[in-house]
Design a protein around this ligand. Structure first.
Ligand code: NI
Length: 184
């Protein structure tokens, strides 16, 4: 089932999300709905707060990049209770966008490698270092679980430059091809 994507201004996007337990109601269905919603919006990741739930669940699809990055062929994963434990010193900068911030794409500087702990969709524990686009995407999505969005990483000048677009979102004026839920 495709759900509306919560847009900038929705308080849930600024909340710290909570860990869940394996008995969380209808979790399999929730994860399926998150994949459907992400696919419909052509996203490569979606965090539960973006569909209005302040819980630590994320889906990521890197398979859509596998024409350029064959190592990501078949990469469609759900992450439960993910936490970033360590990052390396080295950073790089890449343009990011977000389904909750339609029409905004800005360069964001992030560490190139991260150590993450999470449970997969079968509640198996993982503890691993990841790098490259996978690390970038995870950091973006896991930020959502801390109530953060990628625009928080921008300089004051760049924030100033997107202010008009953000204000339009707060007024409920959003142009995109998927179902959304604005604050007004
Ligand atoms: Ni996002």
């Amino acid at each position: 089932m495709i759900l509306p994507v919560y847009i900038y201004g929705q308080p849930v996007l600024r909340k710290e999300a909570e860990d869940i337990t394996p008995d969380y109601p209808n979790l399999k269905q929730l994860i399926e709905n998150m994949f459907d919603t992400m696919d419909r919006a052509d996203g490569c990741g979606l965090a539960a707060p973006q569909i209005g739930l302040p819980i630590r669940v994320v889906v990521i699809d890197l398979d859509i990049m596998s024409d350029d990055y064959p190592e990501y062929k078949g990469y469609r994963k759900a992450f439960i209770n993910p936490h970033i434990i360590e990052t390396n010193e080295e950073t790089d900068t890449m343009d990011e966008g977000c389904l909750s911030l339609p029409g905004i794409h800005e360069p964001v500087k992030r560490p190139t490698k991260i150590r993450v702990q999470y449970l997969d969709a079968d509640f198996q524990e993982h503890d691993e270092w990841v790098e490259g686009f996978e690390a970038r995407c995870m950091q973006h999505e896991f930020d959502h679980l801390e109530g953060k969005m990628f625009i928080d990483h921008l300089s004051a000048l760049r924030k100033q430059m997107i202010k008009g677009k953000l204000n339009n979102m707060l007024k409920g004026s959003v142009r995109c091809s998927y179902k959304v839920k604005t604050v007004k």
